[in-house]
Design a protein. Structure first.
Length: 179
C-alpha cells in the first residue's frame, strides 16, 4: 500500500521526506476518507496488465500519456517543478501511475494539515477534483508516470485560493459524507 505521513513545518528542501518526529503515519483508509484512492499494480507489465485495464474500464480512464520528469529530458523543467509544487486544485480528478522512479503528492486533510504521499513504482493514485494538493520529486530527482484522464484532458491548475469553484464546493461537501 502507498505510504503516507503528516508533514513537518520546516521550509527546507521540498524533496526531503519532511516527516514529523515521531512519525505520524496516515493509513489508506484515512486517505480514502479524503477521497484519495490508491492501488498497487505491476508497473513492469503496464502495457498488458488486466488489473489496470479493469480500473481504466470501470472508471472511464480513457485517455493516457506518459510523462518523464527529469532535468535533462523535460522542457522548462525548473518552471514546471515550481508549478507542480504550488498549492492548487483541478476541476477534474488527477490520476497518476508511477512506472519508474518516485515522488511525493501532498494533500490537505480536513484540518488543513499537509499529508505527504510517497509514490513509488507501481503506485496508482486518484486525487479527487477540488482537493488542494501539490507534487514534488524526491531526492532521486526522477519519475516516469502515466497520466490518466476521463475523456480529453484539461490540466489547468487553479492556485489557492480557488474556493469559489463548484468542484471545490462539491469536494468540501463530500468530506462530510465520506466520514
Ligand atoms: C502533476 O500534475 O502534478 C504532474 O503531472 C506531475 C506529477 S506526475 C507523478
Ligand atoms: Ni495537480
Amino acid at each position: 500500500m502507498v505510504e503516507a505521513w503528516y508533514m513537518d513545518e520546516s521550509s527546507e528542501d521540498q524533496r526531503k521526506p519532511h516527516r514529523l518526529q515521531p512519525n505520524r503515519p496516515v493509513s489508506t483508509a484515512e486517505l480514502q476518507r479524503l477521497g484519495v484512492s490508491s492501488w498497487k499494480l505491476d508497473a513492469d507489465n503496464h502495457e498488458t496488465d488486466p488489473e489496470l485495464e479493469r480500473i481504466r474500464r470501470e472508471r472511464n480512464y480513457s485517455w493516457m500519456d506518459i510523462i518523464t520528469i527529469r532535468k535533462d529530458t523535460l522542457p522548462n523543467y525548473e518552471e514546471k517543478i515550481k508549478m507542480f509544487y504550488e498549492e492548487h486544485l483541478h476541476l477534474d480528478d488527477e490520476i497518476r501511475y508511477v512506472l519508474d522512479g518516485s515522488g511525493y503528492f501532498d494533500v490537505r486533510d480536513k484540518n488543513e494539515q499537509w499529508i505527504r504521499i510517497a509514490m513509488e513504482k507501481g503506485d496508482l493514485i486518484t486525487l479527487p477534483a477540488g482537493i488542494y494538493h501539490r507534487f514534488t520529486l524526491d531526492e532521486k530527482n526522477y519519475v516516469k508516470a502515466m497520466r490518466l484522464f476521463v475523456g480529453e484532458p484539461v490540466w489547468t491548475p487553479y492556485n489557492r485560493p480557488a474556493d469559489h469553484f463548484e468542484a471545490r464546493e462539491k469536494y468540501v461537501l463530500s468530506l462530510t459524507q465520506l466520514g
